[in-house]
Structures are given as structure tokens and as C-alpha cells.
Design a protein. Sequence first.
Lengths: 198, 198
Amino acid sequence: MSAVRLSPTSYVILGMIALRGPSTPYDLKRAVGHSVGYFWNFPHAQLYSEPDRLADLGLLALSVEDSGRRRKTYSLTDLGRAALRAWLAAPTDEHFQMRDIAELKLFFNEVGDPDNVPSLAAEQIKQHEERIAVYEGMVERFGDDPASRPRMITLELGLEMEHAALRFWTALAEGDLDRLRRARMGTTAGTTSATTAE
Amino acid sequence: MSAVRLSPTSYVILGMIALRGPSTPYDLKRAVGHSVGYFWNFPHAQLYSEPDRLADLGLLALSVEDSGRRRKTYSLTDLGRAALRAWLAAPTDEHFQMRDIAELKLFFNEVGDPDNVPSLAAEQIKQHEERIAVYEGMVERFGDDPASRPRMITLELGLEMEHAALRFWTALAEGDLDRLRRARMGTTAGTTSATTAE
DNA sequence: GGTCAACCATCCGTCTCGGACGGTACTGTC
DNA sequence: GACAGTACCGTCCGAGACGGATGGTTGACC
């Protein structure tokens, strides 16, 4: 039974149920939407099929409502919790994956009109500012709540990434990419070289 | 025929052929591997099927070798170039997508052993340092070549992102996440608040 | 001319994707 | 308490992505 390979999406489901307690697919959908969905997106349809698979594997327990809508509620079994904890403890030698259409367009724009770049940059600046506002909003609303404190940590990573992207597109729009490079030298030189030197 | 929706992967192929000239799937595979593959990954098998589809649409022209291996070489048609340029000029309101297993594990580690975090951080620091080295290597080798200069621009975005992630995981390992926040205030405060204020 | 490693191409079963569609419950109106 | 309207919720499905396994081709070296 543990020979079955679970996908990251499986663990998102296990993890979400572990954090929230027993949940319906729709509960998960909403919870994912404003948390983990920001760094692991997947179609909501999977939240309706995947839990059944996990239930078949004994990682989740299923209870169905008697009433009309016959909602399915899934809860974590001991086996499920163990599987989740094993995954959390396992090494992760993977680098994150990016899928960035804007970057793609920038890369290929040699072939296109140079005028495309400023508008591309403007759009991206807007995107990243909006996202930063969303993240900052979360920090403001939940930052003080001790219960959700641990979940705020990944927000910091998100914010770092957003600011990095924002800096890039802003510098590009202002035609001053060299500034970026100089700034990086100043900021992380110590950290990087110290650890790289090993 | 232009009613057909092309995927980003289709445009990667069109774009690569536009930059390199006529190419075989294997050419593309290698070219993608050390460039665009870093921010748009996809299985190599698609480089053998997708060009045929694009050829059917009239966006690529196909010529087959007579010799034994019967290599297929694809080149861009006028229609293909027009499609590519149209895509490059079209607005992009999309935000990049991330898929970060490490971040996932960090998010759910409330459920796991706190000891997982330091090793997770150590692994990620290694990943990002390696990737930075790869990128810096590219800059050193091709940075001076005027022909590849335009393609170096996206490297700067990659480096910004890598350093952002590296800063985060380093701060996490050192238990000093607050430093990040303070540093962000100092660096981008002007840019962000000015534009967010609207 | 034989062997080997590197190079190159294809196939295929499984899973993902995301959008369209359709059913269910609640709310307000008369 | 019938009805319409509006969220809320779940499922389906075709197209495409995925990635690993497999097998053929080529040139180099013995």
C-alpha cells in the first residue's frame, strides 16, 4: 500500500485536512484558494477525485451526509497522518519550477517589436504590486494570531519573490538593469560567498 | 486556422526556431535545456509531436532528410512568424506560477517534526546556490557577446528570484526572518508604497 | 568489420488541465 | 407555499502533458 506513488497534490490534500480537520472537497477548494494555491496550483476538479483515491489507500476516511446534497467529508486516518509526516521528513532535492509567460515573451522579444517591452513590464509591475498587496493584507489580518503564525512563514518567501520580480520589471521599465546587479552585490555578497566557499 | 488556440509550449517552439533558424527537435531540446527550460519546463517528447501540429497549421515548414536517420528539420513560415509576433505583442495579464515542493513542506510542517525545517532549509540553500552558480556562469561566458545580449536579460530576473529564495531560506535557517522584512522596508519601500498608494 | 558509447526519435499508459455543464440549496417576493 | 433568482457545489470529458522505456542510428576506436 505504501508502494503507491503519491503526487504533491495528494500531499496538499492530506496536509490541508491535517491542518483544518475533516473537510469536504469544497472546503478544501476554498482553503487552497487563499493559501497553498499561490505556490502550488491545480485544477479544482482534482479535489473531487483525488480524495477518493486516498480513501481507497486508507489514508483518508470518508463519511457521506444523509441529507439531500450528500456531501462527502474526508478525515485523516492514522495511516494518512503517518504518510504525510514521512513525506514532510523526507529530503527534498528539488528546485522550484517556474512558469512565467511574461518571461517567455521577454526572452523571445528579439523577434518582436521592441515597443512590446514597456507594456509587458507595466503589466507585470501591476501584477506584482497587486499580489504584494494581497500578501500584505494577509499579514495584517492574521499576523498577530498565534494559531496561524506558522502558516505566515511561507508568506515571507512569497513576498521576497514578489519584490524580486517587481524590482526586475521596474528596473527593466526604467532601463537600468545594471542597478539590480550592483544592488545584489551589496546585499547578499557576504551571505553567498561565505556559504559558497565551503 | 488562426482560430486554433496555441499553448505557451507552441510559442516556445516557434520562438526557438525564430531565434535559431531551421532546427530539428533534438536541436530544440538542447537549446531549450539551457535557456528557456529554466522558466518553462516541459517533457522533451513534446518537441517531437508539437512541431508536426504546428506544421499542419501552416506555422512551420517541414523538410525531411533523405539519408538514413531521416531527420526532420522545421523552419518558420511567414504565417508562423506573424503568429509569434502577434503573441509577443498581445497583453499578458498573467502572474507567474510557482511549483515549489519545499514551500509546500514548509507550509504543512506544523503537522510534522520541527526538526525537518533546518534540513529542508539546508537543501534549498544548496539548490539555490547551485542555480546561481549556473546562471553566473552563463553571464560570464556570454555576457560580452552582443548577439546573445538580449537573451541575457531574463537571466537577471532568474538571478533576482534565486537570490530572493536564497535570502529567505538562509534567514529561516538562522531563525531571523524579521531581518528580511526590515531589509525589504529599506530597499523597496519607496517604489512600493509610492505605486501602491494609488 | 565489430563493438561500444553517445546520439536521437518515438511510443504509450497514465495523469493533468480547465472549462462547460448541471444539479442543489437558500433567499426573497407575492 | 409556489415561484424565480442567485449563489453554492459537484461532475464530466476531450485535449494535451507527462516522463520513462525502448529501440534504432551513427561515428569512433579497436
